[in-house]
Design a protein around this ligand. Sequence first.
Ligand SMILES: Cc1cc2nc3c(=O)[nH]c(=O)nc-3n(C[C@H](O)[C@H](O)[C@H](O)COP(=O)(O)O)c2cc1C
Length: 173
Amino acid sequence: MHVLVVYESLWGNTEQVARAVADKLGSVGTVDVVDSDAAPITVDGYDLLVVGGPTHAFSMTRAATRAEAVKSQSALHEPARGIREWLNLLGRPSAAIPAIAFDTRVDKPRMPGSAAKAAKHELRSMGFGTTVKQETFRVHGYEGPLLDGELERASAWADEVIAALGLGSRADR
Ligand SMILES: Cc1cc2nc3c(=O)[nH]c(=O)nc-3n(C[C@H](O)[C@H](O)[C@H](O)COP(=O)(O)O)c2cc1C
């Protein structure tokens, strides 16, 4: 079992969730966790793809929203390539391997729109298996931190993914 976790993160909140999910998935296989700027543009050799990014303007980030985050909100990191652009570069999977998506979003005010939903839609149209529902994790303000308990929830979500996809323990493989 070989898992690729690709994340985008301007303040580090989505990265923390990605790493919590990756830690849990490590119980069923080998996990590579990579920033969307550095992620491979093929999933050849992987059995599961996890994609996570922050919601900006009701969807996946764009160059303009990332630049705005740095200029007006003092974001710590400006990805050159967010998950939207990475997905555009990513080749179609040779087999319909499963893919799951998550996002981080501001807690208050609650706004419609989700980067995870948009990513999942894209993944489905590319031919990935997208039976597992996307998940959202909440941050305080734009910069975070994550709400208390969100990393534990990320871990629990990864457990649900393991169960839903019927992924056995590493010892079974
Ligand atoms: C330009 C911009 C637009 C945003 N738009 C939304 C939005 O539409 N809905 C939402 O819930 N959060 C929105 N946010 C908050 C981000 O989701 C939040 O900054 C992100 O979850 C932090 O994660 P990160 O540290 O991984 O970047 C926006 C943030 C920025 C900077």
